[in-house]
Write a protein that binds this ligand. Structure first.
Ligand code: BV8
Length: 224
């Protein structure tokens, strides 16, 4: 079976009602990135950060996978599919995808501020943490999310997966954030690249990319 590697971003969850970041009405219109998605923001006002993620968890409780997520599950009948997602929602897993690598963490998990290997999944009935919730070593629990300026622990694994791709698809990302956006440089030369997005997207390999200007819910037609 050929290996299909799919890099996804916030756009694949847009039709599930989850806000993207940089579209109009996106998250970065209501919040300053540095206040809610950076270590400095966490140090300055942890309550604002905890509320930011609590709100996104609450939205996620009522969100379901859309046809974009489900289409990637169907492709597992024809390809060995690895999803590398920048998203912190769990909609790929809820749809049934079996190989999902989260580059930027997971909304429903928290970790210790002093011991990153201490990770717990929040209970569905109370997916929140508050100031004062600590790990066994006595450190404040924080969202299990990679903030701007923090290294991306899963990037080596993502590069390894990308290097093995026979086909690469990019779905619902503005390709603004590194190192995720740089993964396309690790593809073996000649690997076909498909980009699915209703808007044009600038990448560093535009001349090699097959653009499919449509929403993720319509799937990746060439591969269906
Ligand atoms: C690091 C978790 C180093 C938080 C996120 C200058 C130049 C280049 C790089 C940098 C620079 N200055 C700083 C950097 C590095 C920085 C970076 O890339 N900044 C960018 C913004 C310039 N990167 C980092 O800081 C990374 N770390 O570099 O570490 C290091 C090394 C060693 C030691 C210490 C440090 C960490 C980056 C991770 C940040 N965390 N998320 C959270 O989610 O709350 S990133 C955040 O952006 C989300 O993960 C999101 O997924 C990601 C990318 O955004 P998109 O998913 O693309 O979403 P966006 O809204 O932008 O676009 C949506 C797209 O969907 C659009 O194209 C739209 O048209 C499309 N769409 C809409 N509807 C649909 C659709 N598509 C299909 N169907 C639809 N229906």
């Amino acid at each position: 079976m050929k290996r299909l590697v799919v890099l996804t971003g916030a756009g694949i969850s847009a039709e599930s009602g989850i806000r993207t970041f940089r579209d109009s009405g996106g998250l970065w219109e209501s919040y300053r990135v540095e206040d809610v998605a950076s270590p400095e923001g966490w140090a300055t006002n942890p309550t604002l950060v905890l509320n930011f993620y609590a709100k996104r968890r609450a939205e996620l409780l009522t969100a379901s996978p859309n046809d974009g997520h489900k289409g990637l599950v169907r492709l597992e009948e024809f390809f060995k599919v690895d999803i590398i997602t920048q998203n912190i929602d769990n909609l790929h897993e809820k749809a049934g995808s079996t190989h999902v690598l989260h580059l930027h963490g997971e909304l429903n998990k928290v970790c210790s501020s002093c011991n990153p290997s201490y990770i717990i999944t929040l209970p569905e009935e109370a997916p929140y943490i508050k100031l004062g919730d600590k790990c066994p070593l006595g450190c404040q629990l924080r969202p299990f999310v990679v903030w701007f300026g923090e290294s991306v622990p899963a990037i080596e694994q993502a590069i390894d997966i990308t290097q093995q791709a026979d086909i690469f698809a990019i779905v619902g990302t503005s390709m603004n954030v590194y190192p995720a956006a740089g993964l396309i440089h690790y593809l073996s030369s000649g690997t076909p690249i498909y980009l699915i997005d209703p808007q044009p997207v600038e990448t560093s390999k535009n001349q090699e990319i097959h653009f499919i200007q449509q929403p993720a819910s319509l799937g990746i037609p060439i591969l269906e």
